[in-house]
Design a protein around this ligand. Sequence first.
Ligand code: ADP
Ligand code: MG
Length: 254
Amino acid sequence: MARIIAVANQKGGVGKTTTTVNVAAALAYLGKKVLLIDSDAQGNATSGLGISKADVDKDIYDVLVNQIPIADAVQPSSRENLWVVPATIQLAGAEIELTNQPHREARLRNAIKELATEYDYVFIDCPPSLGHLTINAFTASDAVLIPVQCEYYALEGLSQLLNTFRLVQKHFNKDLKIEGVLLTMLDARTNLGFEVVEEVKKYFKEKVYNTIIPRNVRLSEAPSYGQSIIDYDIRSKGAEVYLELAKEVLADGE
Ligand code: ADP
Ligand code: MG
């Protein structure tokens, strides 16, 4: 059975998509069979793995709203062992269209069931909100991976995220866990970054990954080539740290 991990934080720009794409690619590189589900209407994970949004026929919207079989929406990516359920801008309508639908929170969980035995890992890239899409991701997942940017107000908004986490745990998915908290975009030249690291560790304790993602320009360049950091520049610091994170995720599952 696949281990299903939602990557979530309702703040935008904290490194959710970068983390989803690159930890998924790193696990694929290490020989695991991985599915990435893009659940953000911006579709950055989709294009970041070499899939042209203009050419997408079936996407996650069709799975959630029209309830087509998820297998019909799965596409190969630019990385071996890594497949993608793409997102396009039509997903922007899903939040409203799912309102008033029966069992709307379980759409993704029910869809994933049919292929959970085909993959070792499923990663879900969540949108920057705590609406139906994130609730669907939490309901479908074994655990939540929370990227936190090493910036002022890093912890701000995390109590709402944890409230949503507990709400889903209580009503829809009692076994949901925190997979880990990942510190991202650390600028090693300033004290602030390290102060934030200490603050986040004080709050989340052993839930914080040992791996810390530094700012690395190669990580921000890779998506425009439609490649993960593993394929864009395996010798970069960015590739090194996401491989290290992938090994932590592997160890957690054992
Ligand atoms: P989110 O999905 O949370 O909105 P992204 O992963 O899209 O965040 O990251 C926001 C921006 O920061 C993107 O332009 C991305 O390329 C860049 N970025 C993310 N992580 C890093 C990093 N470690 N070093 C440099 N740039 C990064
Ligand atoms: Mg994103």
